[in-house]
Design a protein around this ligand. Structure first.
Ligand SMILES: Cc1cc2nc3c(=O)[nH]c(=O)nc-3n(C[C@H](O)[C@H](O)[C@H](O)COP(=O)(O)OP(=O)(O)OC[C@H]3O[C@@H](n4cnc5c(N)ncnc54)[C@H](O)[C@@H]3O)c2cc1C
Length: 523
C-alpha cells in the first residue's frame, strides 16, 4: 500500500499532527503499536502558548469544556520559586488542566471526524528511504507487511524506534543525582484537610498543593487533579543505585515521603479502580535529536526531545512541533511548498527545544540539595520580585520568546516572526476574534486598513490563503500575513516602504509560486 504520510505513534503529538494534515487535505495513516490507549497516567495538563494555539485551532472548548477564550494564569512557579504573573502585561503563561488520556481521546475523536485512519496494534519495525519514498515495515495483528509513503513522521515517544532506525543521534545527559518516585493515591482526613487541598502532617505542619517542600534529604510535591485523587512526587538526593520501575510498591512511596519531609502521609490505592501509577525513575534525561529531519523522515514531540518534567513543558513543546510541521508537510504533499520550507521545521523548532532543555535543567539545579543552592534560590527569589524578570521567565516557560526567521533581507515589522495576538475584530465581521479565523488552518492575510494594494497582491495565492478585510482604527499594523500555526509571516505599517513587493516576496517564500502572475502596485 502507498500513502502520502505515515505517522508512527498515536500519542498526543502524533494525533495532533494527523489532524493538522487532514485539515490541509492530506490524510495520513497513524500507526499505533498499542491495541488500546495506555492506562498509565502521564500529563495532568498543558502549560504555555499551546493553550492559545489550541484555541486558534478551535480545540480549546473541547479540551476545557468552556466556550470562553483562555485566560493566562495569575501565578505559577519556576524551580519551586513563586512567579507572580498578575502584574505582567501580555502574560503568555496559560495553563489548562486535563489528563493526557482525555487529551488523546479528544484528539483521536477529532482525527476520526477529519477522516484520519488510526491503525491500533500496528508497530513500525523497519524504515528505509530513497529519494522518492520511505519504505516502512510494520507488524500488525495479521502479521508483517510493508507500507510505502512519501513521508514518515516519528512521533513514537522518547525511545523512538524511527529515530534509532534512521541513525539520528540523541545527545545530552542523564542526571543520576536523585531518585524520583511518584504515584496517584488517596489521602484521607484528617491529613487531607477538607475543602482546602492542603495536607496537615504531624510534626511537619501544613503543606499546600502545587508547591515544593525542599529539605536536606530531597523534595516533595503533590497536587489534586481529580476529587480525592492526589498525585504525589518525591525526590531523594544522592540515591544508592536502583532500577527504574512502573510497579513499585505503595509502601516505597510512603517511606520515601517520610524520609524527605520527616513526617507520615498515610496513602492508599486510589478510589474508583484507576491505577495508582506508581513509578520510580533513577535518571532524568535531557536529550535532543541532532536533526529533526533526515530526508523524508521527520521527528516530533518526545521522539525529538526529552527533558525533566518540571513545570510541565513537554506538550507545549511537542504540540507546537506538530502545528509547525503540519502545514509545511501538507504544502509539500499538495505540491506548492517553496524550496527549503520543510527545512524550516528543524530550523525553527530545534532552538525552541534547546531552550526547554535549558530552563528545565536550570529548574532542576534550583531544586537540588545543598547550602550553595539555598543561596542561589535566595538570590533568584530576589530577582523574581522584578516584573521584567518575571516576564522573561514566564515567556521562556510559555515558549513565547520565540521569534522565527522571517525569510526576508528587509528589516521586518516588529510583529513578524512572532505569535499573532488574538485581536478582537471590528463589529460586522463574520468572526469576532483572530483565533476563530485560524480554525481551518489556512494562512490569512488580515487587512486591517482597507489596503487594496495588498489584497490585490495576494490574488495569485487565493487557492492557498484567505484574505480577510476588517478595517479598524485600533490596529497594530495595516496588514498581517498569518501562518496556519498562528505566527506572523509578515506585517506592514503605513510607512513600510514597498509594502506590496515585500508581501509578494513573503508570500512566495512561505507559500510558493503564485497560481497566476501578478505585478504589485504600490499603495
Ligand atoms: C508521569 C508523567 C507526567 C507528565 N506530566 C506532564 C504535564 O503535566 N504536562 C506536559 O506537558 N507533559 C507532561 N509529561 C510529558 C508528556 O507526557 C509527553 O511529553 C508526551 O506524552 C509526549 O507525547 P508524544 O506523542 O510525543 O509521545 P508519547 O506520548 O510517548 O506517544 C508515543 C506513542 O507512540 C507509540 N509507539 C512507540 N513506538 C512505536 C512504534 N514502533 N510503532 C508504532 N507506535 C509506536 C507509543 O505506544 C505511544 O502511544 C509527563 C510525562 C510523564 C511520564
Amino acid at each position: 500500500m502507498t500513502t502520502s504520510v505515515v505517522i508512527a505513534g498515536g500519542g498526543p503529538n502524533g494525533l495532533l499532527l494527523a489532524c493538522e494534515l487532514a485539515l490541509a487535505g492530506v490524510h495520513p495513516v497513524v500507526l499505533e503499536r498499542l491495541p488500546e490507549r495506555a492506562a498509565q497516567p502521564k500529563a495532568n495538563g498543558l502549560v504555555g502558548r499551546v493553550v492559545q494555539a489550541l484555541d486558534y485551532r478551535g480545540l480549546y472548548e473541547r479540551f476545557s469544556g468552556s466556550s470562553a477564550p483562555p485566560v493566562p494564569a495569575p501565578r505559577f512557579q519556576f524551580g519551586a520559586l513563586p512567579l507572580e504573573l498578575s502584574s505582567v502585561d501580555s502574560n503568555a503563561l496559560y495553563t489548562l488542566p486535563i489528563p493526557q488520556r482525555r487529551m488523546e481521546e479528544l484528539l483521536e475523536q477529532r482525527a476520526h471526524e477529519l477522516g484520519v485512519q488510526i491503525w491500533r496494534g500496528h508497530e513500525l519495525t523497519t524504515v528505509s528511504q530513497d529519494g522518492a519514498r520511505v519504505s516502512i515495515g510494520v507488524t500488525g495483528p495479521r502479521g508483517r507487511y510493508e507500507l510505502a509513503a512519501e513521508f514518515l513522521v516519528g512521533a513514537d515517544g522518547g525511545h523512538s524506534v524511527v529515530r534509532k532506525l534512521c541513525g539520528i543521534e540523541f545527545p545530552g545527559i542523564t542526571d543520576h543525582g536523585f531518585i524520583a518516585r511518584s504515584g496517584q493515591v488517596s489521602i484521607h482526613p484528617p491529613v487531607a484537610v477538607p475543602g482546602t487541598g492542603e495536607l496537615e502532617v504531624a510534626g511537619v505542619g501544613r503543606l499546600r498543593p502545587a508547591t515544593f517542600t525542599r529539605t536536606g534529604n530531597g523534595m516533595f510535591t503533590y497536587g489534586m487533579f481529580q476529587p480525592g485523587r492526589y498525585r504525589v512526587a518525591v525526590y531523594e538526593w544522592a540515591p544508592s543505585p536502583l532500577e527504574d520501575s512502573t510497579s513499585m510498591p505503595l509502601d516505597e512511596l510512603r517511606d520515601a515521603v517520610r524520609r524527605v519531609i520527616g513526617g507520615d502521609v498515610p496513602m492508599s490505592e486510589p478510589a474508583g479502580g484507576e491505577p495508582a501509577a506508581l513509578r520510580r525513575s533513577t535518571g532524568i534525561n535531557s536529550r535532543q535529536a541532532d536533526r529533526y529531519r533526515q530526508g523524508r523522515v521527520f521527528l516530533l514531540g518526545d521522539a525529538a526531545h526529552v527533558h525533566s518534567g518540571v513545570g510541565g513543558p513537554g506538550l507545549n513543546l511537542g504540540m507546537q512541533d506538530a502545528l509547525n510541521l503540519g502545514w509545511k508537510l501538507a504544502a509539500e504533499v499538495n505540491g506548492w511548498a517553496p524550496e527549503g520550507l520543510l527545512d524550516t521545521y528543524h530550523g525553527e523548532r530545534h532552538p525552541v527545544g534547546q531552550r526547554v532543555i535549558m530552563h528545565t535543567r536550570a529548574q532542576m539545579a534550583l531544586l537540588s540539595a545543598g547550602a550553595n543552592i539555598t543561596a542561589l534560590r535566595e538570590l533568584f527569589g530576589e530577582l523574581l520580585r522584578d516584573t521584567n524578570n518575571v516576564r522573561h521567565v514566564a515567556d521562556l516557560m510559555a515558549g513565547a520568546d520565540i521569534r522565527y526567521d522571517t525569510r526576508t533581507s528587509e528589516l521586518p515589522h516588529p510583529m513578524a516572526g512572532r505569535w499573532m495576538p488574538d485581536l478582537v475584530l471590528p463589529a460586522g465581521n463574520e468572526t469576532a476574534r483572530v483565533a476563530e479565523l485560524l480554525h481551518p488552518a489556512v494562512p490569512i492575510l488580515l487587512d486591517l486598513a482597507g489596503r487594496a494594494d495588498l489584497a490585490g497582491t495576494a490574488k495569485g495565492w487565493m487557492d492557498r490563503i484567505k484574505v480577510i478585510t476588517a478595517p479598524t482604527a485600533d490596529r497594530p499594523a495595516d496588514a498581517v500575513l498569518i501562518r496556519p500555526d498562528g505566527y506572523v509571516a509578515w506585517a506592514a505599517n503605513p510607512e513600510t516602504p514597498r509594502a506590496a513587493a515585500g508581501l509578494q516576496h513573503t508570500l512566495q517564500s512561505w507559500f510558493g509560486a503564485p497560481a497566476q502572475a501578478h505585478i504589485p502596485t504600490e499603495g
